[in-house]
Structure formats: structure tokens, C-alpha cells
Design a protein around this ligand. Structure first.
Ligand code: G4P
Length: 528
């Protein structure tokens, strides 16, 4: 007989830590808000969208930063739901799209993918899904905006399967769409939820059984069509298989309309019922089970205070094992320093509160003055190093030019530190004195330039730099030397002195790869 669960195991078992991935405008903000509302974490729908509206009104980054308090609180939203504790991590997606967006996905145990029923699978969703795939993160799909004239559901499932390479297992099936959207049929509970945008939670009635005469009363001839549809869908689609879902091969699919609250409760229930509690995580030396007594965790994001008078930063740490409690002494493994964390913050959805304890799956914020780096592991003493928190190949590049050459040293120091924080990446081509910055979101250049000016007193401008993408190079020294000799202007060292190939265009990248088949061209680099 297995021994009864310990209090620590019980806490971990009830945790669900997830993020929402989507293309801008698919409805992530709306859905986040509705999830918080259904979870009882906010009283009035409108709070989150209100924040976004004010954020969205300007692309000016300083304006964004004035609301920094908001962006910190909405970075992680924790709320209890049923007998569980849910952590919803925000993945910045519009102007503030950055490497943080990607790295946040390394800190979750599952994700919800929102697809716009009109637009189907879009580019940013593909990028984010590829990041989830690195760890085979389980994905639940929510097809949103069924209240609009949208694509045929079967076509949408087909697109997800072919574009994203995952089996779809429809859990609910929509009845009509647009003006004729009448609700969904749940293939597993054999219930029909009728959609009514005027009903408080979007649902006017729930009935049991596809052969229920009430179905004909409400839907008329549509009832017959639904019965045929359901039979076809059952025959033609995948049946939900928990194991395939948990290994990232299959995605259960729900249909709804977030703005009308419809389908949101089923989705939240699915997050709690289907998605995994925290699992063991890999370190360079051994896998660490979440219920190990000793505390450990890693930093996946640093948020800097943009006010030059307050140089504090918040390091977002994902707890991976044990229990954290206020005042606890933990070791920053990279520096071997012990720090006593008295002022850690947690992120209850309603408020940013000072926390007392946290368990595997939870996120804590550790204020610091720039001593903590993205990728850092903290432990109770053991020299652990969590893996799988990479740097991602940038898509935008700029050459940094300094206005006052006397400040070159400060510029280099500043860029190096900002790179360590994960704000942008720094590349130095072998055959030039250029300082090239790379980022996955355009706004990062503005962030870097502002911070250099205010924190390092360096005034600089960014010039265009012709580069399609970057790839980290791995191979034997002789091969690396050969490629460096051949393409010295395109081979650079990054912030950690690793070789990077800066490809001017796609064709050029392909040629270099063909010419040097023994060198690996990597899209990500593990942080040291
Ligand atoms: P995002 O965070 O993924 O970028 O999306 P967001 O929630 O901001 O939603 C994008 C737009 O789609 C918003 O409209 C929002 O109201 C709308 N939307 C979200 N869910 C649904 C839905 O279920 N049905 C329909 N028809 N629309 C939906 P907007 O015009 O950009 O903003 P607003 O004027 O509504 O504030």
C-alpha cells in the first residue's frame, strides 16, 4: 500500500500553472479576464481589458512603463478555483512581445491555446507553440469567437492538425456559428449548453442527452442536423486520450465565445481536471521531483523598474521543488551567495501581496538590485542548475552607435548587463567593431536605449542592420574556425562568448548550413 500523501504533496497536487498562447487579437485578454471572473478572483468583468486598453492606447514604451505596477501584477495571477490553486502566467503579446514571452512558457506546466475561429492558426501562435513543443507542454485549445461568422469547425481542426502537428480531440462541438450560434454539445458529458448572450454567464440552459426532446423544442430542425454532425464528428475525429494530451501529442478542443463568457467555465474546469500538476524538472545533474523537501527553483524573467531613482528589479522565480517561506535563506547557485528573502512577493490576482509561503508550481518575485540573472537557479544549498531556459534566436537587429565615443566602456558594460537580464541580445562580429543588438520584439530596442541613457548615462542611436536571423554554432573547433575564417563579418560572439552566425538572408543561411554539414545551427542557446 502506498503511504498517505504528505502536506507538501497535497499542496503540489492541487496546483495548476499555465499560460495562454495566442496571436494578437484572438481574445487572450478577454479570456484571461473571464477566467479570473469565473475563478472568483475579480468581481467586475472589465478590469483586465481596461488595463489593456490604456496600455494599447500608445506604443510609447515610457507610457507602458508608467503602468509598470500593473504589468508586474498582471505578470502572474494566482487564484483558488474549486479545490485547486491556479497560477496563470501572462505572455506579453502586442507591443511588449519579447523573449520574456517565450521564456515564460518554460516556467509553466501546461498552456491554453486560443484560436480565433475566423482567422484560424496565425503566425504568433505557431511561434509560441514551437516553444511549448521544446518541453512537450500539454496544450488545451479554445476556439474563440463562435458568435461571429467563422470558418467551419472541422476545417479549423484540420488546420490545427496539419499546421501544428497535433491531433485534435474535440471535447465540445459548436451548434451553428455567427448569428446562428446556439451553443455547444459536450461529447463526454452528453450535455448541451445553450448560448444566450443576454444570460449572465452566456448560458441560458443546460440539458442532458442528445435525444432529449427539449433539444428539438429549442433548436427545431437544427437539432436533427446536430445529431448527424455529432455522429460524424465522433467517427472522424480523435477520442480524448489523457496520455497523448499529457505528452503534447494531442490537444483537447473547446469552442466558445470569451466575450460572451460562453465556454469559459468548461475551459477552466478542463485546466483543473485535465492539465498536469507540477512535474519533475531537469537539472544538469539530475531530475528534481516537485515534492522533494528541499526548496529549489529558477528565474525565467527579470522586470526592471524604469524609474532611474529606483534601480530595483524583480526576478520572477518558478518554484520547482519544496516549499518557500518568507525569510528563508536560499543560495544563488551561480554566485554561491546565500540570500535571505524577506520581501518576496506573490501575485494573488486581486493584489500584489507580500507572501508567506509558496510551493512547487508557484511563482515568487524577488526584489534585487541587478544581481540576479535570467536562468539563475536557487536552492537550499545543492549545486543544481535547471536546464531548458534558453535564449531564443532574435528576429530584429540593430547596430548600436554611440554619440560620445568616450562612453564606449559604459556602453559595453550596459549592453552586457541588459543582455544578462534578457532585455536584448548582444553580438560582436569577429571582423568588425560593431555592436549588434538582437531582439524578438521591436519594442526592446526602445527599452534598451532608454535604460542605457538613464542607468548608464550613455546616449546612443540604433541604425538598421541587415540580418535575417541568428543561429548559435556548435561543432568541432576546427570547423568553427573554418566558418569564422570564411564568414568573419557574419560570425559573431554573443554575450557569453559563444559563436553565432548572423545570416543576412534565408538563402545565405541555407548555403552556410550546406557548406558546413558538421556544424549545428541552433535556434536556441541554453543559458549558462
Ligand atoms: P488579445 O488579448 O488576444 O489581443 O485579444 P483581446 O482579448 O483584446 O480581443 C481582441 C478583440 O476581439 C477585442 O475587440 C475583443 O472584444 C474581441 N473579442 C474577444 N473575444 C471575442 C468573442 O468571443 N467574440 C467576438 N465577437 N469578439 C471577441 P476590439 O474591438 O479590439 O476591442 P474592444 O472594442 O472590444 O475593446
Amino acid at each position: 500500500m502506498s503511504s498517505p500523501a504528505t502536506p507538501l504533496q497535497l499542496e503540489i497536487k492541487r496546483r495548476r500553472t499555465f499560460a495562454i498562447i495566442s496571436h494578437p487579437d484572438a481574445g487572450k485578454t478577454t479570456l484571461t479576464e473571464k477566467l479570473l471572473w469565473f475563478g472568483g478572483a475579480i468581481q467586475v468583468a472589465g478590469e483586465v481589458r481596461g488595463r489593456k486598453a490604456s496600455r494599447h492606447a500608445t506604443s510609447d514604451w515610457m507610457e507602458l512603463e508608467k503602468q509598470r505596477g500593473i504589468s508586474v501584477t498582471s505578470s502572474v495571477m494566482q487564484f483558488p478555483y474549486r479545490e485547486h490553486m491556479v497560477n496563470l502566467l501572462d505572455t506579453p503579446g502586442h507591443d511588449d512581445f519579447s523573449e520574456d514571452t517565450y521564456r515564460t512558457l518554460t516556467a509553466v506546466d501546461s498552456a491554453v491555446m486560443v484560436i480565433d475561429a475566423v482567422n484560424g492558426v496565425e503566425t504568433q501562435t505557431i511561434k509560441l507553440l514551437n516553444v511549448c513543443r521544446m518541453r512537450d507542454t500539454p496544450i488545451i485549445t479554445f476556439i474563440n469567437k463562435l458568435d461571429r461568422e467563422s470558418r467551419e469547425p472541422i476545417e479549423l481542426l484540420d488546420e490545427i492538425e496539419t499546421t501544428l502537428g497535433m491531433e485534435c480531440a474535440p471535447m465540445t462541438w459548436p451548434i451553428g456559428m455567427g448569428k446562428g450560434f446556439r451553443g455547444v454539445y459536450n461529447l463526454y458529458t452528453d450535455t448541451i449548453s445553450f448560448f444566450d448572450p443576454r444570460a449572465e454567464k452566456g448560458t441560458s440552459e443546460v440539458i442532458q442527452g442528445l435525444d432529449n426532446p427539449r433539444l428539438d423544442e429549442v433548436l427545431g430542425h437544427v437539432a436533427g442536423e446536430l445529431r448527424i454532425d455529432v455522429e460524424l464528428v465522433r467517427g472522424a475525429s480523435h477520442t480524448f486520450d489523457a496520455e497523448r494530451y499529457l505528452s503534447g501529442k494531442q490537444t483537447p478542443v473547446y469552442f466558445g465565445s470569451a466575450i460572451n463568457n460562453f465556454g469559459v467555465q468548461s475551459l477552466l474546469d478542463a485546466v483543473v481536471d485535465l492539465s498536469p500538476a507540477p512535474l519533475a524538472r531537469n537539472t544538469a545533474t539530475r531530475p528534481v521531483p516537485p515534492d522533494e523537501n528541499k526548496f529549489s527553483g529558477f528565474v525565467f524573467k527579470i522586470q526592471a523598474n524604469m524609474d532611474p531613482k529606483h534601480r530595483d528589479r524583480i526576478a520572477f522565480l518558478r518554484v520547482c521543488s519544496g516549499r518557500f517561506e518568507r525569510g528563508m535563506k536560499i543560495k544563488q547557485v551561480s554566485t554561491n551567495k546565500q540570500i535571505a528573502v524577506n520581501n518576496a512577493i506573490t501575485f494573488m490576482a486581486q493584489d500584489r501581496t507580500t507572501m508567506d509561503e509558496a510551493y512547487s508550481g508557484d511563482i515568487i518575485g524577488i526584489p534585487n538590485h541587478g544581481t540576479i540573472k535570467v536562468g539563475d537557479t536557487f536552492s537550499e544549498g545543492e549545486n543544481l542548475k535547471y536546464t531548458g531556459i534558453p535564449s531564443f534566436a532574435p528576429e530584429f537587429f540593430r547596430r548600436a552607435r554611440i554619440k560620445n565615443p568616450m562612453k564606449m566602456k559604459q556602453l559595453q558594460i550596459g549592453l552586457k548587463q541588459l543582455a544578462e537580464e534578457g532585455a536584448a541580445q548582444l553580438f560582436r562580429p569577429l571582423l568588425s567593431n560593431d555592436l549588434i543588438l538582437g531582439a524578438v520584439g521591436m519594442l526592446q530596442f526602445e527599452v534598451v536605449s532608454h535604460r542605457l541613457e538613464h542607468e548608464y548615462s550613455v546616449d546612443m542611436v540604433f541604425e538598421p542592420y541587415d540580418c535575417y536571423t541568428a543561429r548559435w554554432l556548435r561543432g568541432k573547433d576546427a570547423d568553427l574556425k573554418a566558418i569564422a575564417d570564411k564568414y568573419g563579418f557574419n560570425v559573431a560572439l554573443d554575450g557569453a562568448d559563444e559563436y553565432v552566425y548572423l545570416a543576412p538572408n534565408r538563402v545565405n543561411l541555407q548555403m552556410a548550413q550546406e557548406r558546413y554539414p558538421d556544424i549545428e545551427f541552433l535556434e536556441t542557446r541554453e543559458l549558462n
